[in-house]
Design a protein around this ligand. Structure first.
Ligand code: PLP
Length: 395
């Protein structure tokens, strides 16, 4: 059996998105900046996509800027707010220890340029404490950036409460909503954010396309210089087929949201219940305040990488953390932030489901994963030490 359980890394494009992609690439190949009829038809498709993305987020079309994906949108929001802050001598940026690298590495770069970066801790359940955020925001703060939902452990953050604190203090607020859009109801007015990043390939669109919501009036500067596309905020000929496909994917994701959430959540809870029977393991992240498709565990005494390879041989495509950290030997910064010690963090497994997964697949995983964990433990010197009492169990 082949099971794809890595939807947080990327999703299979929806048929509606691929049909739109091909129809746009063949039928509307003009450059939206051209004045002739094919160009103007392309421009209409572009603006229709913008209006649909805006509607899905309860934003205005003029507040949507198309980008090459979630990473670019995160970079642009953060760099824009930092630049506006520097002009007012406000150089402190508050974020969290569990952000995606698109945020963390952008902040690291700004730190090297003289900004003060404060990363808020999270609770053992993987949730940011609003009171900690309140304490960290000062008169010198230009931006607070807190993700809406975490990509590794699926936890949903109190962004609305933190955005309200920011608003009251005249501080800009950005949220990386890449894991949330298309998976949770997302309303920029309800959240009260100034910026929000999304990415098409995380909700059934195609890769290399995303968007930045920037509230009308909030500072926004281009990262890429060139032509006047996107009101001079993002140069480069628009990837119209991918943008139209993103709008189609988002429309479908939003329309199917209640039904898809219900189905995915039931599969998630079934999988969690099955895997919890493995001795000396722990679920990562809050049990209920988590994305409908996220299952993340640590299994003591094994290496997550070995587990992944054996599961792949059994036809199960999973992840040990974020796609960006796998391949490196450092344990996940997110698992360390929720208090997992290095050895335990190394034994992690992330399974991310969506409504295309089936109960049969979940049953197969509930059979294969414990079997593979047992097999690896049988060969593990660490596990032997735990069993003989030479070492103390942590989980
Ligand atoms: C995938 C992801 C990104 C990056 O999006 P890309 O479109 O792949 O650049 C950023 N943040 C989070 C939380 C993600 O899951």
């Amino acid at each position: 059996m082949q099971v794809y359980a890595d939807n947080a890394a990327t999703t299979k494009p929806r048929p509606a998105a691929l049909e739109t992609y091909v129809a746009t690439a063949t039928g509307t190949f003009g450059n939206p900046s051209s004045l002739h009829t094919p160009g103007q038809r392309a421009k209409e498709v572009l603006e229709d996509a913008r209006a649909r993305v805006a509607r899905a987020l309860n934003a205005e079309p003029r507040e949507i800027y198309f980008t090459s994906g979630g990473s670019e949108a995160d970079n642009q929001a953060i760099v824009s707010a930092a630049r506006a802050g520097a002009r007012k001598n406000k150089r402190r940026i508050v974020s969290t220890a569990i952000e995606h690298h698109a945020v963390l590495h952008t902040l690291k770069k700004l730190e090297e340029e003289g900004f003060e970066i404060v990363l808020l801790p999270v609770s053992p359940a993987g949730i940011v404490d609003v009171k900690e955020a309140e304490k960290a925001i000062g008169a010198d703060t230009c931006l607070v950036s807190v993700m809406l939902a975490n990509n590794e452990i699926g936890t949903i953050q109190p962004v609305k409460e933190i955005a309200a604190l920011c608003k009251a203090r005249g501080v800009l607020f950005h949220t990386d909503a890449v894991q949330a859009v298309g998976h949770l109801p997302v309303d920029v007015k309800d959240i009260g954010c100034d910026y929000l990043a999304l990415s098409a390939h995380k909700f059934g669109g195609v890769r290399g396309t995303g968007a930045l919501y920037c509230r009308a009036g909030a500072p926004i500067f281009p990262l890429i210089e060139g032509g006047a596309q996107e009101k001079n905020r993002r140069a480069g000929t628009e990837d119209l087929p991918a943008i139209a496909a993103m709008a189609a994917a988002l429309d479908e994701a939003v329309a199917r949201l209640p039904e898809a959430t219900k189905k995915t959540q039931a599969l998630r809870d079934m999988l969690i219940a099955g895997l919890e029977k493995v001795p000396h393991c722990a679920l990562n992240g809050d049990r209920t305040r988590r994305l409908a498709g996220n299952v993340s565990f640590c299994f003591e005494g094994i290496e997550g990488e070995s587990l992944l390879l054996l599961l792949d041989e059994a036809g199960i495509a999973a992840s040990s953390g974020s796609a960006c950290t796998s391949g490196s030997l450092d344990p996940s910064h997110v698992l360390l932030a929720i208090g997992r010690v290095h050895d335990v963090a190394h034994g992690s497994l992330r399974l991310t489901l969506n409504e295309d997964n089936t109960e049969e697949e979940v049953r197969y995983m509930i059979e294969k994963i414990p079997e593979t964990v047992n097999y690896l433990r049988g060969m593990s010197p660490v596990w032997r030490d735990l069993q003989t009492g030479k070492r103390q169990y942590i989980l």
